[in-house]
Ligand binder design. Sequence first.
Ligand SMILES: *Cc1c(COP(=O)(O)O)cnc(C)c1O
Length: 421
Amino acid sequence: MDTEFDQKHIWHPYTNLTNPTQTYPVESADGVYLYLTGGKQLIDGMSSWWSCIHGYNHPVLNQAISDQLNIMSHVMFGGLTHEPAIKLSKQLLAITDDSLDAVFFADSGSVAVEVAMKMAAQYCFEQGLTEKTQFLTFAKGYHGDTFGAMSVCDPVTGMHHKFSRLLNQHIFVQSPQCGFSQDWEEDYIKEFETQIIHNHEQIIAVILEPIVQGAGCMNFYSPEYLKRVRALCDQYNVLLIFDEIATGFGRTGQMFAYEHANVVPDIMCLGKSLTGGYMTLSAVLCNRKIVDGMDTNFMHGPTFMANPLACAVALASIQLLLSGDWQNKVKQIETQLKDELKPNDKNPLVKDVRVLGAIGVIELHRPLNWAVFQDKMVSQGIWVRPFMNLIYLMPPFIIEAEQLTHITSTITQLLNQEITC
Ligand SMILES: *Cc1c(COP(=O)(O)O)cnc(C)c1O
């Protein structure tokens, strides 16, 4: 593989080409393994950024996509429709709350967030609420890399602070401080409540990642918080958008993270594991209030909207999930991550260890040299990708106990070495 060309000419996520960072050449992937050039095999602890919940090269998903390929790989969605989009939409509405009633397909998570924000805005404007121009969100959130999405990512520590002078200014409150299973106190909602009370006339919608704040800080917070948010949004006539792009499809132990709190948003974004990680596709779901409140055309329409290959593989991925025992599998991963990651608590480098569903996080007091750390992990046959001061795991649901133990024990070992050198 011409990795020299790669280093010189091809951007990778969040890198520059003047000081390229190391990239590992992957020849193929199967099950829980990535196979590198030269034959090294890596157990994947990342599910390719939350996506590949069933692992790689899955025969059922391969079949779905090749069947669809022989029928029709793509047609425009303007003025045309097709079975893959209709079947997938029915499936999505069947597994989500009854109140969610319409689907908009887009091409990536970031674009789904743009669509959700535009949908909420257009709804408000059509209601005559034209003084509403802002969104309310949490600090340390992550919603994607396009301009609208960036504007609701963390303004200070987020990866997009470089563009802040170009972004619309929205309202941020402190990231939720009440941990997932921590006892609730009313103080936790005070700042949020104050912002809604004072600014609801300007606020189009609250947008947030339910239960798990992902790439911004890997924070798990109390379902009670979401209940309060829903009640305040209702009380002050503010729409609620949930970004379930990372949390959807079983990752947190519920099919969707909002189920932990039993509250439902007006608009919801799905992406990442929607296609089992096979293709890029996202979906925005909304309720009847939004649909009925918009009499004019919703002005968005990606060229590759509802791509039939992506829809077909997404449908197959959801059916595969539903046909298996994913709740138990995620529970087992959760129990094992708790057992095996918790002992790192005693390491003085470690600030906190937390686990929810098939997500394990070790938060350190400071970042380590991740390039070195990652290289050591690769030499042990493991693929993880820490960022900031966080080592986080979200393995494919098909991972076996011994494979997961190999990951957790290697991390523990490396962290122990780190304090002695
Ligand atoms: C990854 C992610 C996005 C952006 O999705 P892309 O497909 O990378 O554009 C948005 N929101 C959340 C919560 C995510 O985890």
